[in-house]
Design a protein around this ligand. Structure first.
Ligand code: GLN
Length: 451
């Protein structure tokens, strides 16, 4: 098959799909496929020649819109391309479209997008998770075989679990954040979705590595491969005790099934406690919201996207932000600003930073005993659309298993682990493996071993 055919077929699948996974299609995809074809014919070795790719709409691609799922950026066209995406393009991939997402990546259901919710292909009345729900659905519904999302507190892993695909959140710094629109900079990472461990390895080998344009990027060269059952022999797996309570029966069963499969392959499985995890959600939101309030200050109608004209500068800025940002984004800017204000800083932000340190230290101690840690990715499978939209705290609680990983900067992978039948519908369930910093390779290897 030619690259043209691959890309054309992916574009057709995207147009035929009614799941609202994509916010826009790349008008230049076919031209780009043709130029990849020329490079192939010229003998250039391209590991991703003609691979159709979907990227989340907070990752910049030159000449296309980057909306972040927000009205405020509805007309914003990016003048440059994010490093992670550029590396994939250099390897021959072709972006066919930009994926729907919760506005500015704030949410766990892809319902807060200004461009409507994305539907879960397993049950259209349910959410695909979020905030990278569009990317997850692109892969789960076979529009493309791989996609990029961003994970600040679970936004790659949780939608991967709720749609039945792999989702990897790399070690903080493993993949360049240059060109990823900032939500909470100390937590954000770009990560891949895929249906096989081999595809994860392929993407990470191209995408990971140092970038002079991101000072927090790390120099470790990527050495990913999908493993075999041999990679599981002797592996020491610690199940986090705090993640065992509060799960639905299907999630519980998937976790137990994974433990059995690990033991059958010769891994040893124990239990480890990380008591500070009970503060993870509180600490996460008290760090993410302040960072967001600061990062989103730049959207004032002056430089980026839409401007609502007022009678003076201040009124223009106020109207732009009032009409451009949705409810959840406004709520977070308000709370974040409050938590950073003098008089409250010590009680909230500074306290949250201390909890963050404790959590990171406890993970460090757990890795003294275990090679990887194991939890469910989400305590429940896909929930109904609208079920949590009127209750922000219930939405935040969906992140109970994922946010601590970002606080600690660790790599974690959501692996499809079975199904839970709810009201006669089979819904996918995922489990999460966590590795020490820079041991991302271990996660992909063990995923291959479990396939
Ligand atoms: N649901 C979490 C939040 O709303 C995580 C989002 C993310 O990882 N981008 O902040």
């Amino acid at each position: 098959v030619t690259t043209d055919q691959l890309v054309r077929e992916a574009l057709e699948r995207a147009s035929a799909s009614d799941l609202n996974a994509l916010v826009s299609l790349n008008d230049h995809a076919l031209e780009q496929a043709a130029s990849v074809q020329k490079r192939v014919e010229a003998g250039e070795p391209l590991p991703l020649a003609g691979v159709p790719l979907v990227i989340k709409d907070n990752i910049n691609l030159a000449g296309t819109r980057t909306t972040c799922g927000s009205r405020i950026l509805e007309t914003y066209v990016s003048p440059y391309t994010a490093t992670a995406a550029q590396k994939l393009l250099d390897a021959g991939a072709v972006v066919i479209g930009k994926a729907n997402m919760d506005e500015f990546a704030m949410g766990s259901s892809t319902e807060s997008s200004a461009f409507g919710p994305t539907l879960n292909p397993w049950d259209r009345a349910r959410v695909p998770g979020g905030s990278s729900g569009g990317s997850a659905v692109a892969v789960a519904a076979n529009i493309t075989s791989v996609a990029l999302g961003s994970d600040t507190g679970g936004s790659v892993r949780q939608p991967a679990a709720l749609t039945g695909v792999y989702g990897l959140k790399p070690t903080y710094g493993r993949v360049s954040r240059y060109g990823l629109v900032a939500y909470a900079s100390s937590l954000d990472q770009i990560g891949p979705f895929a249906r096989t461990a081999e595809d994860l390895a392929l993407l990470m080998n191209v995408m990971a590595g140092p970038d002079p344009l991101d000072a927090t990027s790390l120099s470790a060269p990527p050495q990913f491969r999908a493993g075999t059952p041999d990679d599981l022999r002797g592996l020491r797996v610690g199940v986090i005790r705090e993640s065992l309570a509060g799960n639905t029966p299907g999630v519980e069963q998937a976790l137990q099934g994974t433990i059995v499969a690990l033991k059958d392959a010769g891994a040893t499985v124990g239990e480890v406690s990380i008591p500070e995890l009970k503060y993870a959600i509180a600490a996460y939101y008290l760090i993410a919201m302040p960072e967001a309030s600061s990062n989103l200050a730049r959207y004032d109608g002056m430089v980026y996207g839409q401007r609502v004209q007022g009678s003076d500068l201040l009124e223009s800025m106020t109207l732009t932000r009032e009409q451009g940002f949705g409810r959840e984004v406004q709520r977070r800017i308000m709370i974040g600003t409050y938590a950073l204000s003098s008089g409250y800083y010590d009680a909230y932000y500074s306290k949250a930073m201390k909890v963050r340190r404790l959590i990171a230290d406890e993970f460090g101690a757990a890795f003294g005993q275990y090679d990887v840690l194991l939890t469910p990715t989400s305590p429940f499978p896909a929930f109904r659309r609208g079920e949590k939209t009127s209750d922000p705290l219930a939405m935040y609680a969906a992140d109970v298993d994922t946010v601590a990983i970002n606080l600690a900067g660790l790599p974690a992978l959501s692996v499809p682990a079975g199904f839970e039948t709810v009201d006669g519908v089979r819904l996918p369930v995922g489990v999460q493996f966590i590795a020490p910093a820079l041991q991302d390779e271990r996660l992909v290897a063990l995923a291959g071993g479990l396939e």
